[in-house]
Design a binder for this molecule. Structure first.
Ligand code: GLC
Length: 420
């Protein structure tokens, strides 16, 4: 039987920047609920919520301190239940973001269950090996409680890596998955999966002898991540997530070229096609990336943009965004559309000083609903400024048959029709 998500179109909501409803300048769950009709008009089948859990915001929600709660800035569990019901009433499915590789350093587990994390003794007075963190510097930090060992962090030091070889971690994530499924979510986008388990012997990564197939931060790219990512024990961990998830949709963020992704599809329904995501806007490169992805078994998850990388007009040029929409919407598999792409939002100025130390504020500016100074996003000072609401906004484009928004609506309507 066909699954609901086959050839589905899914909208990525970055909750901080979608719609504020309580006048604090930050988006929230009730705000999302009030904007669900936009998703219906657009013609998507559901939405993925970037993390909404309590977080000290070192990595803007991807550092989680409680996996089964809602950060008060976004609302309550009751608000979440109401949002799921409102989505359901409109035929929209809800996907959560599952972040299993690391917690926030402020998660109580880090104090109460340190054995759920990856620790090692230092070497020659320094870190245990040469692994680098994605965002720069060593992937190891000293025990903040003064102990002799170092903990591993694949991303920021505020994000200690969990030890998926510890059955308690496996069990805890099974419970987290079931908690949200019981509340009516249809699946998960699973974060940073190729980092889930690392070499048990903690061997040094060799220097990179050739450039990696996908863009990486410069310092991180100096090594070939032979031992610090893509370990074969990841697949047992993923199988446990699959067992907990039943037949819910699991879409993995596996940041690897397509040729290395197949084993992940034993447990995941689909993985993001990052070769296409990062291909330059040139026919031969786009074609090669699409073919590499289509050679994979299982379903495909196509996306051209998200909260981590420059927006489409900044990467392809304004002239190409309509064609980019047409290209991605014509592909077989699941298509993800990042909020704001449907009106051609560009990167913004970010914030000074930056909120995100890795420089990603520019891709996360608030949604532009109308041409007012705050774009209809908030009545207060927005956490990041609006970029150009008078130039592009939902209200203006909705009434214009030649707008990018109308173009997306036609494409998504066509995707639905071609499925029936
Ligand atoms: C994923 C998220 C990114 C985050 C990282 C670490 O790549 O998309 O925003 O910084 O994982 O959790």
């Amino acid at each position: 039987m066909a699954k609901w998500w086959e050839n589905a179109s899914i909208y990525q909501i970055y909750p901080r920047s979608f719609q504020d409803s309580d006048g604090d300048g930050i988006g929230d769950l009730y705000g999302i609920e009030t904007r669900l009709d936009h998703l219906v008009e657009l013609g998507v089948d559901g939405f993925w919520l970037s993390p909404i859990h309590p977080s000290p915001l070192a990595d803007f929600g991807y550092d989680i301190s409680d996996y089964t709660a809602i950060d008060p800035v976004y609302g309550t569990l009751e608000d979440f239940d109401r949002l799921v019901a409102a989505a359901d009433a409109r035929g929209l499915r809800v996907l959560m973001d599952l972040v299993p590789c690391h917690t926030s350093i402020e998660h109580p587990w880090f104090r109460e269950h340190p054995d759920r994390y990856v620790w090692a003794d230092g070497r020659d007075g320094g870190p245990p090996n040469n692994w680098r963190s994605t965002f720069g510097g060593a992937a190891w930090a000293r025990d903040p409680n003064g102990g002799p060992r170092w903990y591993l962090h694949s991303f920021y030091p505020e994000q200690p890596d969990l030890d998926w070889r510890n059955p308690e971690v496996v069990e805890a994530f099974g419970e987290i998955v079931r908690f949200w499924l019981d509340r009516g979510v249809a699946g998960f986008r699973v974060d940073a999966i190729d980092r889930l388990v690392k070499d048990a012997e903690l061997r040094d990564d060799p220097p990179a002898s050739a450039p990696f197939a996908l863009p990486l931060p410069k310092e991180y790219a100096e090594l070939e991540h032979l031992y610090s990512r893509n370990n074969s024990d990841i697949h047992a961990a993923l199988a446990s997530l699959r067992a907990a998830a039943g037949d819910a949709l699991l879409v993995g963020e596996v940041y690897l070229p397509a040729a290395e992704v197949a084993p992940y599809l034993d447990s995941l329904d689909a993985t993001f096609a990052f070769e296409l995501f990062h291909a330059p806007w040139e026919a031969a490169a786009l074609e090669a990336a699409i073919e590499a992805e289509l050679a994979l078994p299982g379903a495909h998850a196509w996306a051209l943009s998200n909260h981590d990388f420059p927006r489409l007009p900044d990467r392809y040029g304004e002239h190409a965004v309509g064609d980019a929409a047409r290209l991605v919407c014509s592909l077989p598999g699941i298509v993800f559309i990042y909020q704001g792409d449907e009106i051609g939002m560009r990167d913004g100025p970010g914030h000074d000083p930056p909120y995100d130390r890795a420089g990603r504020d520019a891709h996360r500016h608030p949604m532009q609903w109308d041409g007012s100074p705050n774009g209809g996003f908030t009545t207060a000072e927005p956490w990041l400024p609006l970029i150009d609401p008078t130039e592009r906004n939902v209200a203006d484009q909705r009434g214009d048959p030649d707008s990018l928004l109308s173009h997306y609506r036609q494409l998504l309507a066509w995707r639905r029709l071609s499925r029936e």
